[in-house]
Design a protein around this ligand. Structure first.
Ligand code: NAD
Length: 459
């Protein structure tokens, strides 16, 4: 295994922190830099900061030894051969990606560079970003042979980020020089050669002996486009099945059966054919918007993506109509809500459709008792408890005396509720499931009126 590569990861968020500990797990020495002093102090002091499976184990293994946390990007630049930029690229008002954090990092690297470095775009960035980074370096007087810019997009999913990072489907390296591609090949050699998977100290439950991932070498621009195109395609798949689920509702067909029938076709595949209340999170909404904006700027009609966004937005409104159809009027109704995170097994609430729905319910005059296994703390920061919003201590507490229970996030624990207990807790046994976690016939047997997405109602 490569043991002596010194790597810097800039940004200690969902991607940066996971990348840092996983690179250490692969044998490298890592400096993880963040300009948020409080985050760095918390990480140095033993905090994990985000809810992510297996992250605590890896932090325990490598914190302050193979992974050092600091705010000093200049020092990290000087010490490292490869610098992975993993800062945020949020959506700006125009829909474009806001690349100011990436630019700030590039400027800082330019000021401190002392020998040949590979600057790696790990953040999701639009095509041509590599050229802008190159320009920033050159404008700051850095000689062209002192650096290369590489695109190495990240495909991990929150909730299974550690496992995804160590067992990727593919590793994409977009590079325009053989020298930079060789450095990235060395970074990922523990995975691509399979050496890592023979390590006796693998994390139980995450790392088994696996087929080594494919390393796909492309041009830098192609790699940048691969990431946006992949996320846009996944969002499209979700919107497609959501539109199909609406059609199923109108015809009393069952979208689960339809999705299974479609997914068995190997050209289509079963994944991402799960209908619901729309996609959210920090990636799909902003990446679809950014990709659409790139196409627009290049004079290319990609209005297909506008439709993807439209369907996604309307899915939340349809769900609210479903709640109304079950409860008649909403003002003054007590609603139990299960789930605030944008998806299960994470505490991330960015662009969460669950939060949008809670806001819609409150605006309609409902009172809400909401429970989430990991996302309450983050939600309280943007939506404090009030006379109409209470944060519950369990699923059953959220359901207590409620006129209906809504399932808004696909946490595994919401799929295994004690239905008898839940029936007792609710004022009326009405469950409206935005994630299709239950079999309608089982819900009917337990005496619930059960509405879900794209399936005939059980009542
Ligand atoms: P995040 O907001 O969780 O973390 C970004 C971190 O960068 C923050 O800790 C912030 O303090 C730090 N930062 C900002 N400016 C900095 C600077 N100048 N110097 C040092 N640190 C700085 O973001 P994230 O979810 O980790 O996403 C990072 C990038 O990865 C984005 O481009 C995102 O689209 C992409 N991505 C995210 C995911 C995901 O599931 N979250 C998956 C794949 C790709």
């Amino acid at each position: 295994m490569a043991k002596d590569m010194q790597i810097a990861v800039v940004g200690s968020g969902y991607v940066g922190l996971v990348a840092a500990v996983c690179f250490a797990e692969m044998g490298h020495d890592v400096i993880c830099v963040d300009n948020d002093e409080r985050k760095v102090a918390a990480l140095q002091g033993g905090d994990t900061l985000i809810h992510e499976d297996h992250l605590p184990e890896l932090l325990n293994r490598y914190r302050n030894t193979k992974v050092r946390f600091m705010t000093d990007l200049a020092e990290a630049t000087r010490e490292s051969q490869a610098i992975f930029i993993a800062v945020g690229t949020p959506q700006s008002e125009t829909g474009d990606a806001d690349l100011s954090y990436v630019e700030a990092v590039a400027c800082e690297i330019a000021r401190s560079i002392n020998s040949y470095k590979v600057i790696v775009e790990k953040s999701t960035v639009p095509v041509y970003t590599n050229e802008w980074i190159r320009k920033v370096m050159e404008r700051n007087g850095v000689a062209r042979d002192l650096f290369d810019v590489v695109s190495n997009p990240e495909f991990l999913r929150e909730g299974s980020a550690v496992s995804d990072f160590l067992h990727p489907d593919r590793i994409v390296v977009g590079s325009d020089t053989a020298r930079a591609a060789a450095v990235l090949a060395e970074v990922y050699a523990p995975l691509t050669t399979g050496a890592y998977y023979t390590n006796a100290n693998l994390i139980p439950g995450v790392c088994s002996v696996a087929a080594p991932p494919v390393l796909l070498n492309t041009s830098t621009k192609s790699a940048e486009i691969i990431k946006h195109a992949s996320n846009a395609f996944l969002a499209l798949k979700i919107s497609f099945i959501n539109a199909v689920s609406n059609l199923c509702e109108a015809t009393d067909a069952n979208v689960e059966q339809v999705a299974r029938g479609m997914g068995l076709d190997s050209r289509i595949g079963p994944k991402f054919l799960r209908p619901g209340i729309g996609y959210g999170g920090s990636c799909f909404p902003k990446d679809v918007a950014a990709f659409r904006s790139v196409a627009e700027q290049l004079g290319i009609d990609f209005s297909l993506l506008t439709e993807v966004e439209k369907i996604n937005e309307s899915q939340k409104k349809r769900f609210l109509s479903k709640v109304r159809s079950a409860l008649w009027t909403l003002r003054g109704k007590r609603i139990g809500v299960l789930g605030l995170a944008f998806k299960g097994e994470t505490d991330d609430i960015r662009e969460s459709p669950a939060i949008d729905l809670v806001e819609m319910l409150l605006a309609e005059g409902c009172s809400v008792a909401a429970y989430d296994p990991a996302a309450i703390k983050r939600t309280e920061e943007i939506m404090p408890a009030s006379t109409t919003l209470r944060y519950a201590s369990s699923s059953y507490d959220a359901a207590q005396d409620a006129d209906a229970l809504l399932i808004l996030t696909d946490w595994q624990e919401f799929a295994t509720l004690d239905l008898t207990e839940m029936h007792k807790a609710l004022r009326y046994p009405i469950v409206i499931d935005g994630r299709n976690l239950y079999d309608p016939s089982v819900m009917l047997q337990h005496g619930f009126t059960y509405l879900s997405v794209g399936r005939p109602a059980a009542h």
